[in-house]
Design a binder for this molecule. Structure first.
Ligand SMILES: NC(=O)c1ccc[n+]([C@@H]2O[C@H](COP(=O)([O-])OP(=O)(O)OC[C@H]3O[C@@H](n4cnc5c(N)ncnc54)[C@H](OP(=O)(O)O)[C@@H]3O)[C@@H](O)[C@H]2O)c1
Length: 361
């Protein structure tokens, strides 16, 4: 037990924070020793602070029930107890940017679920199967921050996980134009049907800021490090519409793609199912064995049947077929609060540990 890295969850009482706590129960490398939230929760036990707000389908882990919640803003105090932190606080972007750097400056690595630092030039934004080499930009970030061990690393938005891995698997066919429509679950807004009853039998054609993230973030992930910063790729161009649908967990994407080098359907499927990255090679604890599955049935992937593929860390793809305007079209599905949020961040932290960026203090 004492060999495990001590981890703190900033925003541990919220929806993503709860997901972190559930995913880290019995984690072989990491042990949740500290939970921090707003001053409203500070001083209460975790069980008291969360109260009726526990939103996971599994019970609250015994090990955290009696931890006394700390105040996120007491940076030195929280940082002194942990080897690194996961961040899932709901504050303004400016406040998050500032506080995450303050934690980094206490020599505490921050693996963040928040969007605040996604475009900070020397902060890596990583899907471990796609761009693990971007973690090297941390060396430049540490110079800027004046730290030896402290840094910020982030994971991208949940909406892109249903198509960015797929387009990456098809890179050699040179996709150059992509149209995507995402059908996004309400848990992506931190909600359940109990606290958002207006979503029952409803569709809302707007999610603030989501379309820009969906169009631009994949390009940063496909970018490269030049002169100490990540320079985004220029293609493929992506245009996107993001729609909120009455689904609890699971973002679906319907996608059209044009390729410079025309693939066959068999080649497309073969590239998906054989796609592997460092998490699979290193056998990281949270890595899905099969990152992308292809489903032949016309009515798959379905949210209810397929969202938990590989414990929510895998991507399900179906309905690859030729298109009369674009070359090919497909439907993708991923779990927005597992692969798209806390699970994606845990996998980033496992990669950072394997690469030597996160160690005991
Ligand atoms: N839900 C998703 O699927 C998802 C996906 C990607 C990214 N995100 C992002 O992740 C962050 C957390 O999302 P969430 O859905 O988990 O939100 P949430 O359920 O509202 O939880 C917010 C957390 O932040 C804390 N907090 C709120 N105001 C604070 C303040 N002024 N100072 C310090 N802590 C404060 C809350 O503490 P108290 O309990 O004490 O209020 C709680 O722990 C957000 O920035 C969100 O945009 C969410």
């Amino acid at each position: 037990m004492s060999e495990k890295l001590k981890v703190g969850i900033l925003g541990g009482t919220g929806m993503v924070g709860q997901r972190f706590i559930s995913l880290l129960e019995n984690h072989p490398w990491f042990q949740v020793t500290t939970i921090a939230a707003s001053p409203r929760s500070a001083g209460k036990t975790y069980k008291e602070a969360v109260g009726e707000r526990w939103k996971m389908t599994t019970p609250m882990p015994e090990a955290v029930k009696d931890l006394v919640v700390m105040n996120v803003n007491e940076v030195e105090k929280v940082a002194s107890q942990v080897d690194f932190v996961f961040s899932a606080v709901d504050m303004t972007k400016e406040e998050i940017r500032k506080i995450e750097e303050e934690y980094a400056k206490t020599e505490t690595p921050v693996v963040s679920n928040n969007s605040a630092h996604r475009w900070t030039p020397d902060v890596p934004m990583v899907v471990p199967e796609i761009n693990p080499e971007h973690m090297k930009v941390i060396d430049f970030q540490k110079k800027r921050l004046g730290t030896e061990k402290g840094f910020v690393a982030v994971k991208p938005n949940c909406s892109i996980q249903s198509y960015a891995p797929v387009l990456t698997a098809w890179k050699e066919f040179e996709p150059y134009e992509v149209v995507a429509t995402t059908y996004q679950a309400i848990s992506g807004a931190g909600k359940t049907f109990k606290d958002w009853p207006e979503m029952i039998e409803n569709i809302i054609p707007y999610i603030g800021g989501e379309e820009e993230k969906s169009e631009k973030e994949p390009l940063r992930i496909w970018g490269e490090i030049k002169d100490g910063v990540i320079v985004p790729a220029k293609t493929p161009v992506i245009t996107c519409q993001c729609i909120r649908v009455p689904v609890l967990n699971g973002h679906t994407a319907a996608v059209f793609v044009k390729f410079r080098k025309k693939p066959t359907k068999e080649q497309l499927i073969e590239k998906l199912v054989s796609f592997k990255g460092q998490p699979q090679e290193l056998e990281l604890p949270s890595a899905p064995r099969q990152f992308i599955q292809y489903m032949e049935e016309d009515n798959r992937p379905q949210v209810k049947l397929d969202v938990d593929f590989e414990n929510g860390m895998g991507i399900s793809v179906g309905r690859i077929r030729e298109d009369s305007v674009y070359d090919w079209k497909f439907v993708g599905l991923s779990h927005n609060t597992v692969r798209g949020a806390a699970g994606g961040a845990v996998l980033c932290a496992e990669l950072l540990k394997a690469q030597g960026y996160i160690t005991k203090k």
